[in-house]
Structures are given as C-alpha cells and as structure tokens.
Ligand binder design. Structure first.
Ligand code: SF4
Length: 395
C-alpha cells in the first residue's frame, strides 16, 4: 500500500501526515526507496542537488532519489580520509552515506556540474565505488550562447543512452513525454503549496511545507502528487491562530540543507518564511516543460530559459538581485535572512551581492552560516528574535 493510500485508509490528520513525511525525509536508511525496489525490482538512482533532469530516470523505469547528505545525523568516520575536510558538509556526508552502506540500494549516482566540490565528489565517488554507474552531467554555463541548446540537448542524449545501459530499457520519446507531464503536475502542486504559504504563512508553516515537499525526494513522483493533493485538501481545514510576525525570504539553502530545527527556530522567533530556496531543484522550472515535440529539446529549452535563479545557474544573465527584490515587493516581504551553508562558496559569494542590494533597497537583513551537524540553535534564535523585534518596532 502506498503512503497516500495508507493516509486515506486510516484517516490521518495533517499533523500525522507531516510527521510521517518528516520521518521519511530524515531516515538515512531510505525505507521508502527500499520498499519501492522490493515492489518493482527497478533501479534507484541517487541525484546530487541542485537540479537533475529526473524525468529521464523516471522514463527509464528508475526511481530518482535526491540525496541531501547526512542531514546532521551521521558521524563522518570514513569520508574525511577520502575527501577534503574543508569542503561543505553535504559533499562529505553524502560520501559517508555511501561508505557506511546507507546507500547500498543505489544503482547509480548522478552529479550535476554545479561547483568544483560537486565535480570533485563525482571523481572521488568513481574511485571509491568502482563499477557503479556514475554520471557527471555537464550543464551549460553560458546559456546565452547560440550553441547551448545543441550542446545541452546532446548532453541529455548522452544521459538517455547511459540510463538505457543501466536499466536495460530504452527511453522512448513517448515515455519521456509522459514523465514530463508527471513532473509538470508535481511542480504545479508544489507551486500551489508554496503559494498558499505565501498568502497564509500561519496556516502553512514553512517547516511543514519542507517535509511535504521533501518526501518527494524519496517517492515516485506519481505517489508524491497524490500525497500533495491530499495535503492541499487537508491543510485548508485546520485554521491556526494568526501571529504578529515578520514576513521574510530565506536564501542560501539551494544545495546543502539546514537542520529542520533551524526552520522551526526561525518560525518560533517570529519569522514567517514566505519565500525560500530550500530543496529548490524540485521547483526549478517556472513554467511547465513542453510535453509535445522533441522531449530532449523541451528539457534543454526549459533549463536554458525558464529556471529559477540560484548561484549555480543563471539563465539569460537575469539579475539575481533584481529577482530577489521583485519577489520581496510581490510577496510583501519585510526582511531577508541569508542562511548559507558553511564552506559553500557559491552561496557565500552570492550572499555578499544580494545583501548589499537588499539593504540598499531599505530592507533589513539577518545573516548567519549553518552546518548539517549544527545542534545548538540558541544563538540563531536570539539573532532572529532581535531581528524580528527590530523590524516590528522600528521599521
Ligand atoms: S553546498 Fe555549495 S559548495 Fe557544496 S556542493 Fe553544494 S553548491 Fe557546491
């Protein structure tokens, strides 16, 4: 029985669904993935953040699983002897997950070319897991070049061929179009979930939304879609008291994820998170991907022209500062919290420019770094409470 059928059959409440999703998100033994493999006999493919064209894996009959490292729940016992200790936590703890056999279900690993650390991890992985399917996906860097479409479509074709070798199943255009439709529906449901949070943050707490969205990283998209439909229906019917709080945007969480407690502490301190870049890969496209015509061209076009902006992709050289300020205006945001993963150069470099632009526009900011293994949140709580008070009483 699927997770969603289970919820429906047993008449679960919103809190129970969220709690269950949270357990699945944080379980480093990936029980949902193991159950899927047992039921289907299919291949499960781990995907490093930020964005992988998972439609191709699904169309090949596989299960794409986004890996977000050790979630702060893993001791690094083996990885530090195989990868630099001064890189971000997610690279080290993802390797540790593999070395400590938490990923023994994994039939393949895809690493997109988001940064030097990811590139290095892909090579280190190949050395440490010889014989495993590892695919380093070369994303186009200069998206304004006329050659980018041809180049990236070719890269997707290469990925399609390698996946067919892994799964033993050729990926037809029809299967890929069908997967694109399923993923479009998933992005539509996620967009609706986040839209409702923007309108009524007290009704749709960011930490709950995080768990509901995050469970999609370990479930087939069809099942995640059913779960989101159930959650959207249920979430409206449980009014929560309004609060005096400050509407904020969160930036810096596009790849390595903070401990979930960090989101909860920010909310408890009075920050209503109405815009964020956490787990952004599942929400990467701003428009539905075309589900007719050549599906590889459609995926390539979408990557080149209609993605959200993050420090590791820059479609059309749009200004990330302008984009953030536009979102602040549109969503009545009163301040921006820059929470960046320690040692994440893309996030930390970006924060400098964005913070300057936000402050120049007259909006207050709060900035700190986090690590996966962070367990003490009192300092962040105090900073957030002071930030909220200063916005509420002095703006
Ligand atoms: S957290 Fe930052 S530095 Fe680390 S892999 Fe992700 S983008 Fe690269």
């Amino acid at each position: 029985m699927s997770e969603t059928q289970h919820f429906r059959k047993h008449g679960k409440s919103w809190e129970e669904i969220v709690a269950h999703c949270r357990v699945l998100v944080l379980d480093l033994d990936f029980p949902a993935v193991r159950a899927w493999k047992q039921q289907t006999g299919g291949k499960a493919v781990g995907c490093f953040p930020v964005y992988t064209p998972q439609e191709l894996i699904a169309a090949a009959g596989g299960l794409p699983v986004t890996l977000y490292g050790g979630r702060g729940l893993l001791e690094i016992d083996h990885a530090d002897s195989r990868i630099q200790s001064f890189v971000c936590s997610i690279a080290r703890s993802t390797l540790e997950l593999g070395l400590a056999n938490h990923l023994d279900w994994m039939d393949g690993f895809v690493v997109p070319s988001i940064c030097d650390v990811a590139r290095n991890l892909s090579g280190v992985w190949q050395r440490n897991f010889p014989g495993q399917f590892v695919f380093y996906l070369h994303l186009p860097q200069n998206v304004d070049s006329a050659s980018s479409l041809v180049y990236y479509r070719g890269e997707l074709e290469r990925f399609r061929a390698r996946l067919a070798e892994l799964t033993g199943r050729a990926v037809s255009d029809q299967a890929l179009q069908s997967a694109i439709r399923t993923y479009n529906r998933n992005r539509e449901l996620l967009a609706e979930l986040y839209r409702r949070r923007t309108v009524q943050p007290e009704q749709w707490p960011a930490s709950h939304i995080y768990a509901l969205a995050g469970v999609g990283n370990v479930l087939p998209r069809e099942e995640h879609n059913q779960l989101l439909e159930a959650a959207l229906a249920l979430g409206e019917s449980r009014p929560r008291p309004k609060r005096d709080w400050v509407r904020v945007a969160l930036r810096g969480m596009f790849c390595e994820q903070p401990p979930l407690e960090l989101l909860e502490v920010l909310e408890e301190a009075g920050c209503a998170v109405v815009d964020d870049d956490a787990q952004i890969g599942a929400r990467f496209f701003l428009e539905p991907v075309a589900d007719n015509g050549d599906p590889l061209t459609a995926l390539a076009e979408a990557y080149l022209h209609q993605t959200v902006l993050t420090p590791v992709n820059n479609p059309g050289q749009r200004s990330r500062s302008e984009d953030l300020l536009g979102r602040c205006r549109e969503k009545w945001i009163q301040g921006v919290v820059f929470a960046s993963a320690k040692f994440c150069e893309p996030a930390l470099y970006d924060a400098v420019r964005l913070k300057r632009a936000v402050e120049h526009a007259g909006l207050p900011t709060l900035e700190f770094e986090y690590e996966e293994k962070m367990t003490v949140f009192e300092s962040v709580r105090m900073q957030a409470e002071t930030f909220v008070e200063s916005v509420l009483f002095f703006s």
